[in-house]
Design a protein around this ligand. Structure first.
Ligand code: NAD
Length: 330
């Protein structure tokens, strides 16, 4: 099959396996050049096929020799379509990890469902000796079916209270354009919290605790973003910001739960802005990212997912002693 780029509204709709091989290999090569560290041994990553979840997986496997199990919503190729980017990335990661003798398993399906949680628990029992010591929750999704009610929720990236207009850049043409988004309705705010908030993370931890497959001292981790004043109206003060407040609150609930049951902990890691599928279509964000990357490069500070996730493990989570956090426990 010849794969030709399909791009709509600045979003690439298909992927090429050769590109994903290079992307994953670059991450592996970066970690191999860093100092090895004593870290997690059995890692379950919900959303481990792309972005921050994939980088966490690469850092844990190639930096600390961890066994990794990833849950992701990805599809293999069919007669007419190429596979999704995350499928190519996950399969390539598996070949490289296995070549180093690192156990790797990929489960493809809807992480929000009870069925996939049960499948993951069965895999943990079979391959991890029944114990996970790091659960990473790195989902980014536009839609979630609540497993208890069957109701489908769709998240939106919108401001709250007033419309928002700003300059943006079209990533394909490089032209500056004026963009505008109308404010979210109450229903849209609630739906975004349902999809991108912490409810499903809590369900994951509860399911694993109930099945007795978290080890003594187990850590769970989810990712958040704060950002500058420039993106505040559409990000931290917008619908996604409400979902992030919710997941940050879930971290506090889970931290108490894991502490009291296993002497474990839950944390939020606030990560840097990077290009994702959604960010390309929010006004101001592509322009902000373009300026941010250039400025950080000039200052020698620019990092991708992999550098941040390596630092998260070596400078924070597995540095020894108490984990440094801000006043909010992030
Ligand atoms: P991404 O789109 O690169 O990856 C999302 C992952 O979620 C993929 O593995 C995908 O397969 C998986 N996924 C989505 N829906 C699923 C489903 N129903 N079932 C199973 N898997 C599913 O996302 P990302 O940018 O790495 O974001 C991960 C987390 O990091 C999010 O919480 C995000 O808010 C946060 N974060 C992102 C940025 C950024 O700029 N990208 C910055 C800070 C924090």
């Amino acid at each position: 099959m010849v794969i030709k780029p399909m791009i709509r509204n600045s979003i690439c709709l298909n992927a090429h396996p050769a590109g994903l091989r290079i992307y994953v290999q670059d991450g592996i090569d970066y970690i191999k050049k860093q100092k090895k560290f004593t870290g997690p041994k059995n890692v379950l990553i919900v959303g481990g096929s792309a972005g921050y979840g994939l980088a966490t997986r690469i850092a844990a496997a190639f930096g600390a020799g961890a066994k990794t199990l990833s849950i992701a919503f990805e599809k293999p190729a069919s007669d007419r379509r190429a596979a999704t980017a995350g499928w190519y990335a996950s399969e390539y990661f598996k070949t490289q990890a296995e070549a180093q003798g690192l156990f790797t398993e990929n489960i493809y399906g809807d992480a929000f469902s009870r069925e996939i949680k049960d499948e993951a628990i069965a895999a943990v029992k079979k391959h991890f000796g029944g114990k996970v010591d790091l659960l990473v929750y790195s989902l980014a999704s536009g839609v979630r079916t609540d497993p208890r009610t069957g109701v489908v929720y769709r998240s939106v990236l919108k401001p709250i209270g007033a419309a928002y207009s700003a300059k943006s850049v079209n990533p394909l043409t490089g032209q500056l354009e004026e963009g505008s988004i109308s404010p979210a309705t109450e229903e849209e705010i609630e739906a975004t919290i349902k999809v991108m908030g912490g409810e499903d993370w809590e369900l994951w931890v509860d399911a694993l605790l109930e099945a007795g497959v978290l080890s003594q001292g187990a850590v769970s981790l989810a990712y958040s973003y704060i950002g500058p004043d420039m993106t505040r109206a559409v990000y931290r003060d917008g619908t996604i910001g409400r979902a992030k407040e919710h997941i940050e609150n879930s971290a506090k609930v889970l931290d108490k739960k894991l502490k009291s049951s296993l002497g474990g902990a839950a944390y939020i890691s606030v990560n840097k802005a990077l290009v994702t599928r959604a960010s390309a279509v929010i006004p101001v964000v592509p322009l902000y990212l373009g300026i941010l990357f250039k400025t950080m490069e000039k200052k020698g500070l620019q990092e991708d997912c992999i550098e941040q996730m390596y630092r998260l493990m070596t400078d924070r989570l597995y540095a020894g002693g108490s984990v440094p956090t801000d006043a909010e426990g992030r």
